[in-house]
Design a protein around this ligand. Structure first.
Ligand SMILES: C[S@@+](CC[C@H](N)C(=O)[O-])C[C@H]1O[C@@H](n2cnc3c(N)ncnc32)[C@H](O)[C@@H]1O
Length: 344
């Protein structure tokens, strides 16, 4: 009995150490930028600190696989991404959307002035390959890019052909890559890239990725790590470039406040992502996270103005609550505090 208690205490202490490491890393990055330091310099120095990156990576893997598990006493984030991707590509969700697109084309012909507006989508720089639509509806294995993966939770899932990237890989199933600065190359070079990614080379450095290639890009707890709102938006723009036509960007971002507290912020995210060329097709909030799915739409997509499409101001930032709460609890603190209050 005593021994069991001692083990539980030791586990808890260990967990607190890991939480502190995550909290400290996020806070330090934000603090440096708030002090007016140049982003590139802050980021460069952060990325060259191998010891700190590895410490974070070990702590995050432990928390994700043990203490917080992936479900974080709400929805399991990895399962959510898996189920949504399979529903979308294999259980008819994408077909439904494509049918809806066709209906919108018809409405648009009849009602060009009031409710609908035709693209081109602002800020898009990638050409949409319409011929691939039907090819993308049914896929054999879903090509999934997990950015900020840490330990690659998708590696054992047979539904996916996964490429996992991280600044600091926690194991050999993850490639070392800074997605903020990775180069995007023509898809015709994808074959040159892929053998490299499929190899079991330990943590090889990925410096370029193919454009218009992946069917799913996952950003799970990634954007809140990035201390700058504009760089978060640029990450999403990069996701747009690597996604194939109709590809999915799945974003999970922490927030332990109640459902509506940051609703306005999430509407701003929707607008900012529309400005890249993404249609939000799913949004839900559980106790600790926002879950969002965005679809890469064609340049001539018909936006429904009643839902805010392209009507709004141009936005190239993604704010998170912590941007407005300097020195206040980070997202990690929020999750931890809520848990503690529930336990006590
Ligand atoms: C909070 S962890 C999330 C880990 C995992 N996705 C999960 O949901 O448990 C954020 C991860 O993003 C990685 N990361 C941050 N910026 C990155 C970038 N520019 N490129 C690649 N990975 C990045 C960090 O190294 C860290 O492992």
């Amino acid at each position: 009995m005593q021994q069991g208690k001692a083990q539980t205490m030791a586990k808890k202490d260990q967990k607190d150490v890991h939480v502190d490491i995550i909290r400290k890393t996020h806070k330090n990055l934000r603090r440096k930028l708030a002090n007016g330091d140049d982003f590139d310099q802050v980021w460069k120095s952060h990325c060259s600190d191998d010891r700190a990156l590895n410490e974070y990576s070990v702590a995050m893997k432990q928390l994700a696989t043990n203490a917080w598990s992936t479900d974080c006493d709400g929805r399991d984030r990895t399962e959510w991404c898996k189920e949504f991707s399979i529903d979308y590509y294999s259980h008819g969700k994408l077909q439904e959307l494509l049918k809806k697109d066709k209906r919108r084309q018809t409405y648009y012909q009849k009602d060009q002035q009031s409710h609908f507006v035709r693209g081109p989508t602002p800020n898009t720089d990638s050409s949409f390959d319409a011929a691939r639509i039907s090819a993308d509806v049914v896929v054999d294995k879903i090509k999934l890019l997990d950015v900020g993966s840490c330990y690659n939770p998708y590696s054992e899932m047979p539904e996916f052909e996964t490429v996992a990237l991280d600044l600091a890989p926690a194991n050999q199933n993850v490639f070392k890559c800074d997605f903020l600065y990775v180069e995007i190359v023509e898809a015709s070079n994808a074959n040159a890239f892929l053998p490299n990614c499929k190899s079991t080379e330990h943590n090889s450095n990925v410096t370029f990725l193919p454009s218009n290639y992946f069917q799913v890009v996952v950003f799970s707890l990634l954007l809140s790590y990035i201390p700058c709102p504009h760089k978060r938006w640029l990450m999403c723009k990069k996701a747009y470039q690597v996604l194939a036509a109709n590809g999915l960007l799945l974003i999970i971002t922490p927030d332990s406040s109640h459902q509506n507290r940051h609703a306005a912020l999430m509407v701003k995210w929707k607008t900012a992502l529309e400005n890249i060329g993404f249609q939000r097709i799913k949004y839900c909030k559980d106790r600790h996270m926002h879950f969002m799915a965005f679809r890469k739409v064609p340049n001539d997509f018909i936006w429904d103005k009643r839902k805010g499409g392209t009507d709004s101001l141009s936005m190239d930032v993604l704010n998170i609550p912590q941007d407005f709460q300097e020195m206040e609890a980070s997202s990690v603190d929020e999750i931890e505090n809520l848990r503690k209050s529930e336990r006590d």
